[in-house]
Design a protein around this ligand. Structure first.
Ligand SMILES: Cc1cc2nc3c(=O)[nH]c(=O)nc-3n(C[C@H](O)[C@H](O)[C@H](O)COP(=O)(O)OP(=O)(O)OC[C@H]3O[C@@H](n4cnc5c(N)ncnc54)[C@H](O)[C@@H]3O)c2cc1C
Length: 509
């Protein structure tokens, strides 16, 4: 399997950045994946004199490890890391050769301080855009800490193993043989899960802020930058920096940027915030807000942050369908991200719940992979744009069921079907299938506010045209508010508005 010319050129340039020798140990057989892997390694050797390859017996065949001569790093790729994982391979080569990873020094120190043996394995699909972040994070950890090792496993090349370990969503990370976590995880999240990161008392001891932003999506990032640019003492606390943007593949409507991808935009947001004097507190979840002498935000770990003003920008999350089986079979046949988990349903039967734009886009996407796609829509008509509906109806392996109320997602150890009620006749129907993708919109992340701040019936925070809520000094922005349209550029604009509103409030009070 030859790399295309453009990739080869890029790769050649990257390999010039190798700082030391890299020894690749390879375990290959006569199967076609092994042959593809050997061809890829041959290309690498041909491009850089710093890379050498030797045969070895590794745990899996086909696989290869990336090492320094005389020192195994513990980084293994099982399967051929092309597709979205190609970058993971290039970065592994560079980092093993001695190039410093692009990670904050604090995180590097936290990783080096981890004691014990941590054997990570990550199941990926090569078309999963969430997987490389996890693979690259664990590879960096393996390079930095000799007690940590990591194997990327392409679920398509190791189908039997993926099935025997009940992997039905990627990335799926195992630690020392036990399930560790699924979905996108940042390096900080992994380190925090292993017990690293700041303590509650370190957080509570912080001086009060002028502006404390809760939420690190486009709205929060924009609010923090605007506040810091006014010279205000600014903090931003976020469970997952980047927010929904991290789950987005292509973005074509972020004005002035013709095309970008979610993780890239999220990284730029963080980079831009870091340009300013903003105290970034990642992986921290707010659990309550109270107005006392200061406005106090309490975090899940019981730390209390104090501030003169607060900007709430906690965004929104996928809405659950809320039927029996959904929670039970999450990642065991119930999925929310067709781009990530679609390939695991190759040749299988799936349903998409929801006939809006995201549901029909998912159904079209899945129809190219799955053997059959059933769309289940509650209303009597699909709500998706006509052009999407036309495309869906042109596909031979799709069925649309309207006026259908999902009753249950059934299964034993994993999903085996879906039951719905025909809302017209009241009759109950069951469709046998292996996967259900839930695509029924978003719900605002505002439950943590209790009844401190006025919200609509839908849970959206009510704001005025300066982003102010009904509580003096508390502002809100983005998808968590009652702003009618939920978009990146709109969230950023409202983050700026709320920040300027907070600035005005501070001057007047
Ligand atoms: C799949 C998908 C595709 C999309 N595609 C596009 C597109 O192409 N173009 C476009 O313009 N828009 C798109 N959107 C919409 C866009 O992503 C959102 O409108 C935008 O991200 C909203 O920004 P936000 O900052 O308000 O909230 P979010 O992005 O939801 O960010 C919320 C932030 O708050 C944090 N948070 C939540 N609860 C807490 C808590 N209790 N404590 C601390 N932190 C918390 C989160 O971790 C996150 O950092 C898409 C959305 C999705 C899901």
């Amino acid at each position: 399997m030859a790399l295309d010319k453009e990739i080869k050129e890029q790769l050649k340039q990257y390999l010039q950045l190798l700082e030391g020798d890299v020894l690749i140990k390879v375990s290959a057989g006569s199967d076609s994946v092994s042959q593809d892997m050997l061809a890829l390694l041959d290309e690498l050797v041909g491009m850089s004199s710093r890379i050498s390859v030797e045969k070895a017996e590794l745990e899996r065949t086909p696989s290869f490890s990336v090492n320094r001569p005389g020192e195994d790093t513990g980084i293994v790729f099982a399967g051929v890391p092309l597709g979205h994982e190609f970058t993971s391979l290039v970065l592994a080569l560079l980092q093993v050769s001695g190039r410093a990873p692009k990670v904050d020094q604090q995180v590097i120190d936290d990783i080096k301080a981890i004691h014990g043996e941590y054997r990570f394995e990550t199941f990926v699909s090569l078309s999963c855009h969430n997987c490389p972040d996890v693979v690259q994070a664990l590879n960096v950890m393996s390079v930095l800490n000799p007690g940590i090792s990591h194997t990327m496993i392409d679920g398509a090349a190791f189908k039997q193993e993926a099935e025997s370990r009940d992997v039905m969503a990627v990335p799926s990370v195992f630690l020392n043989g036990e399930f560790f976590g699924g979905g996108r995880m940042s390096i900080e999240e992994i380190v925090a899960k292993l017990g690293g990161g700041p303590s509650a008392s370190e957080l509570s001891d912080k001086e009060p802020f002028d502006v404390l932003v809760v939420g690190g999506g486009p709205a929060g990032a924009s609010a923090a930058i605007y506040a810091a640019r006014k010279g205000l003492r600014t903090g931003i606390v976020a469970e997952r920096f980047g927010g929904q943007v991290m789950d987005t593949v292509g973005i074509e409507n972020f004005i002035s940027v013709k095309y970008t991808e979610g993780p890239k935009l999220a990284a730029s947001l963080e980079e831009h915030v870091k340009e300013y004097n903003v105290d970034i507190m990642k992986l921290q979840r707010a659990k309550s807000l109270a107005k006392k002498d200061w406005i106090e935000v309490e975090l899940e770990n019981d730390a209390v942050l104090r501030s003169k003003t607060v900007i709430i920008s906690t965004g929104a999350r996928w809405r659950n369908v809320g039927v029996p089986g959904e929670a039970e079979f999450k990642n065991k046949g119930v999925a929310y991200c067709p781009h990530c988990d679609g390939p695991l349903y190759a040749g299988k039967r799936v349903a998409v719940i929801g006939g809006g734009n995201s549901g029909i886009e998912a159904a079209i996407d899945l129809a190219g992979i799955a053997s059959h796609v059933t769309v289940i829509e509650f209303a009597s008509e699909l709500k998706a744009d006509a052009v999407l509906q036309d495309r869906l109806y042109s596909l031979p392996n799709t069925t649309v069921i309207k006026n259908a109320q999902t009753k249950e997602i059934t299964g034993t150890d994993k999903v085996n079907g879906i039951t719905y009620i025909d809302r017209e006749s009241g009759s109950e129907h069951h469709v046998e299938l292996e996967g259900v993708f839930v695509q029924i919109g978003l719900v605002p992340n505002t439950e943590w506010l209790g009844d401190t701040v006025e919200r609509t019936r839908m849970g959206e925070i009510v704001i005025d045209n300066r982003g102010a809520t009904n509580v003096p000094g508390v502002f809100a922005a983005g998808d968590c508010t009652n702003s009618p349209y939920k978009q990146i550029i709109i969230s950023m604009g409202s983050g700026a508005t709320a920040s300027l509103g907070a600035f005005d409030y501070l001057i007047r009070n």
